[in-house]
Design a protein around this ligand. Structure first.
Ligand SMILES: NC(=O)c1ccc[n+]([C@@H]2O[C@H](COP(=O)([O-])OP(=O)(O)OC[C@H]3O[C@@H](n4cnc5c(N)ncnc54)[C@H](O)[C@@H]3O)[C@@H](O)[C@H]2O)c1
Ligand SMILES: [Zn+2]
Length: 363
């Protein structure tokens, strides 16, 4: 079944993006970029693994020279990789009129995106996301950046991609665990903005895992619509964009105390969503049956790495170090029903301690 790709536009302060989503969009990359008047001097940057899997098809679609390949994986999301990219761009004769096409998951997207934001003070960027997480989240919204030895995402910029080409067929090679990691972000969009999306993931889990285009593509489209809508209204996280952090307060802390080794990002967010739902129920803001629906769905998507050995004190400490602390206040997003949220900023340490204990962490 070949259906027409779906177009979504993002209008943010730092620039506009057009997102195209559909099976086979990757094969039409050249034509689509031409239609958006993207410079024909295109430099593709990807990772050796991704290019081995999908390079032949994408090279045919994009034409032109050999890609610049940089290793991916979180430990390569750093300034050394950015520096290597700058060198390769200079050697390839890139100039202000060139366009950089980032083909990969969130690590490639963030790293290459940061290089594009800063090389010659900024050149045109195109994202071709190849993980589910990148397709529904990291390729949209213009946040780019890398890690420092002392912390994650500490260096970055806002640089909207001119075009994002999302081809769900590229996910056919994605390992199941990586796929699930992205799926938890889809569940997040359901929790913050769309009961319909939540229900569709709940009742079509098998088809989604089978990457059935009839279910998967619409779920990606709906997720992208939600993110694009939020980013268009609040690119710089003045308020509304915070809802995208649902589940991320506890999630980021879990990732940090386990040094980014135990959890895939989405897995940590799954715990974070459970914690937020528990907190909301304990405050009488969310019905218990809604929390149970979330817990059921998360259980249905597969096992999560354990948290029982993690000391609550460490997680609390990591939470207070988080960027989401503004002027000393922790802004915590909770769902008040599936599909709607509110922000609270009076969460006490004691309350958090109880929530984390109920999640199974060590007192
Ligand atoms: N910029 C943002 O707004 C934003 C939002 C969320 C997450 N992020 C960032 O995204 C990163 C995580 O991204 P990720 O989960 O995509 O991880 P990733 O980029 O590390 O990719 C995960 C793994 O999948 C492999 N892979 C990628 N595409 C594949 C494919 N089609 N088939 C087979 N294997 C494939 C990669 O080689 C890698 O080993 C984190 O660094 C996070 O900070 C950024
Ligand atoms: Zn996330």
């Amino acid at each position: 079944m070949v259906s027409e790709p779906v177009r979504i536009d993002v209008h943010a302060g730092s620039g506009a993006s057009t997102i195209w989503i559909g099976d086979g969009v990757g094969d039409r990359a050249g034509t689509l970029l031409d239609a958006h008047h993207i410079s024909s001097r295109r430099l593709v940057i990807s990772s050796p693994l991704i290019w081995r899997l999908h390079g032949e098809r994408l090279a045919r679609a994009l034409g032109g020279a050999d890609p610049i390949l940089v290793p991916d994986g979180e430990r390569f999301k750093n300034l050394q990789s950015v520096s290597k990219i700058y060198d390769a761009l200079v050697r390839a004769g890139a100039d202000r009129g060139s366009a950089i096409v980032a083909v990969g998951g969130g690590v490639i997207g963030d790293t290459v995106g940061f290089a594009a934001a800063t090389f010659l003070r900024g050149v045109t960027l195109v994202h071709v996301p190849t993980t589910l997480l990148a397709q529904v989240d990291s390729s949209i919204g213009g946040k780019v950046g890398v890690n420092l030895p002392l912390g994650k995402n500490l260096v970055g910029a806002f640089h909207q991609p001119a075009v994002v080409l999302i081809d769900p067929l590229l996910l056919s090679t994605l390992p199941r665990r990586e796929f699930r990691s992205g799926l938890y972000e889809v569940v997040k969009y359901g929790m913050i903005a769309s009961r319909d999306l939540f229900d569709r993931v709940s009742s079509n889990t098998k088809a989604i895992f089978a990457r059935d285009p009839r279910v998967l593509a619409p779920a990606i489209v709906e997720s992208c619509r939600i993110k694009a809508d939020v980013v268009s209204k609040d690119e710089r996280e003045g308020g509304l964009r915070r809802i995208l952090n649902y589940g991320h307060t506890v999630g980021h802390a879990l990732e940090s105390v386990t040094k980014y080794r135990r959890f895939r990002h989405g897995e940590a967010i799954a715990y974070g969503m459970l914690a937020a739902a528990d907190l909301a129920v304990s405050r009488g803001a969310l019905a218990e049956r809604e929390r149970q629906a979330l817990a059921r769905l998360i259980a249905q998507l597969g096992p999560l790495p354990p948290v029982v050995d993690l000391p609550i004190a460490d997680v609390l400490e990591a939470m207070t170090r988080d960027k989401k602390v503004v002027d000393g206040t922790l802004h915590f997003v909770i769902a008040i029903q599936i599909g709607a949220t509110m922000t609270i900023d009076d969460v006490t340490e004691e309350e958090m301690r109880e929530v984390l204990a109920r999640l199974g962490l060590t007192r």
